[in-house]
Design a protein around this ligand. Structure first.
Ligand code: PLP
Length: 452
């Protein structure tokens, strides 16, 4: 056994412990000293190597102060999701094993855990029994996978083999989506050769939900893309109604539920996604609401063959097995064994633990929003799921308040535009957030409002 290797891991464990122990007192966004320290990384390419222990020491010393406190309790930016301890620990083992999850033959354990996660998620989300799951980097990639499956299938139903004959000579298909769809949807479509000018956009209501009465007539050449959880205000498209329309017309429905699809796993929240089982494909992130750590996007598809046909790379040297070969359901061949941490989180929480996590996030969001209203902010639309938007009077004052919140370091919220006006967006998506964290954040945000 290599003692230097073990010493390095031990040293790293201590750095990790120091970080975990200090994250609740670290600024939510790096302060001036932390940012300035990063300049020390700007060295020329080293001509000669360095001692690994010193490399890791430098990383800890210069790198840690340059992190956002995303694993702490007062980071409300984007929809990042915290990190459950069991996910962190499972990631350490995953790194230690360094498995390639492309094929069963490359990692039986990665294959087994993906198989189990596929079954568990199908049950947790209450999806059709043979739903296929692929594990990819995040929802942006999961969207590419799902929309590729949809595109291929819509062509196949018209007797056209896209993989063989290509997009250039393909018959027309239609893509219908809400005007408030996430930017990653149009980005995924562009990757797939479907341009913005081709999209049929459905107007949204005051909360950002697709207006069902404005849906164009659908047909069997149509891909309808719905949203479960608007990245700004958290609202959900009317999934049940729209899925019924799509089904009647033979259209393919995809649901982008990057953080919001998890509502399905809670008795109190599942009304948001009523009818979602009628869709054809879904994309969701385990790194967001589930707090499973980064690099864990999930694509789910009712039509197993459509997904694997769209993504599969064959070749004489790729020996597919009778077992699960994860690359069949992902854009990549070589892949990190993402299923390990996902399995660990689902195993630790169980269905009731997932439900409790979701309900706590949602309760915290409600509480936070009510306290901020007390403090003088205006809630822009009602709280949906774990997200809400606030204003501080005029657009200028909203901008100034946000600047002060971000500079203060107590908590961190992002800014956005809602119907063209600046807003502060708050996403409560970490298991680590306590009522005390919220109270502390409200106090800082009250001060920011006063100074703005
Ligand atoms: C975050 C998000 C995405 C993109 O997901 P990534 O994991 O960041 O690629 C897509 N859609 C919605 C609604 C999101 O919130």
């Amino acid at each position: 056994m290599d003692q230097a290797y073990l010493d390095l891991l031990e040293q790293t464990k201590q750095y990790a412990a120091a970080y975990v122990g200090g994250v609740s007192t670290r600024p939510a966004f790096p302060d001036g000293t932390g940012l300035a320290a990063l300049d020390a990384f700007d060295e020329p390419l080293p001509a000669a190597g360095a001692d690994p222990a010193r490399v890791i020491e430098q990383l800890h010393r210069l790198g840690a102060p340059g992190t956002t406190a995303a694993t702490g309790g007062r980071y409300f930016g984007f929809v990042t999701g915290g990190l459950l301890p069991v996910a962190h620990a499972a990631e350490w083992l995953t790194d230690t094993w360094n498995q390639n999850a492309a094929l069963y033959l490359m990692s039986p354990v990665a294959s087994k855990l993906e198989t189990v996660c596929e079954r568990w998620l199908t049950e947790l989300f209450d999806l059709p029994p043979d739903t296929a799951m692929g594990l990819v980097t995040g929802s942006s990639n999961a969207l590419i996978c799902a929309l590729a499956a949809a595109r291929g299938e819509l062509f196949r139903r018209q007797g056209y083999d896209l993989a063989e004959r290509g997009l250039r000579n393909a018959p027309p298909i239609r893509v219908v989506l809400g005007e408030d769809a996430h930017v990653s949807v149009s980005a995924a479509l562009a990757v797939l050769g479907i341009g913005r000018a081709e999209l049929e956009l459905v107007p949204a209501d005051a909360y950002g939900r697709m207006r069902a009465e404005r849906l164009p007539a659908l047909d069997a050449r149509t891909l309808l893309i719905l949203q479960a959880g608007n990245v700004n205000g958290g609202s959900y498209d009317p999934i049940d109604t729209l899925c019924d329309r799509a089904r009647a017309a033979g259209a393919w429905v995809h649901i982008d539920g990057a953080f919001g699809l998890w509502a399905r796993a809670s008795g109190r929240q599942r009304h948001f996604v009523a009818g979602m089982e009628k869709a054809d494909s879904w994309s969701v992130d385990a790194h967001k609401t589930l707090n499973a750590g980064y690099d864990c996007g999930i694509v789910l598809c009712r039509h197993r063959d459509a997904l694997s046909h769209a993504l599969q790379a064959g070749g004489a040297y790729v020996p597919f097995s009778e077992q699960r070969d994860g690359m069949r359901y992902a854009t990549e061949m070589s892949r990190r064994a993402r299923g390990v941490a996902l399995w660990a989180v689902l195993k630790q929480l169980g269905a009731s633990g997932v439900e409790q996590l979701l309900d706590t996030l949602c309760d915290n969001a409600e509480y936070f929003a009510a306290e901020l209203e007390q403090a003088g902010y205006q809630l822009v639309i009602p709280v949906f799921f774990n997200q809400f938007l606030i204003r501080a009077g005029s657009p200028e004052r909203t901008r100034r308040a946000l600047e002060r919140i971000q500079a203060g370091g107590v908590c961190w919220c992002g800014g956005s535009l809602w119907k063209g006006e600046p807003v502060i967006r708050v996403s409560v998506c970490s298991h680590a957030t306590t009522r005390a964290d919220i109270d502390q954040s409200v106090a800082a945000m009250r001060d920011a409002l006063r100074d703005a």
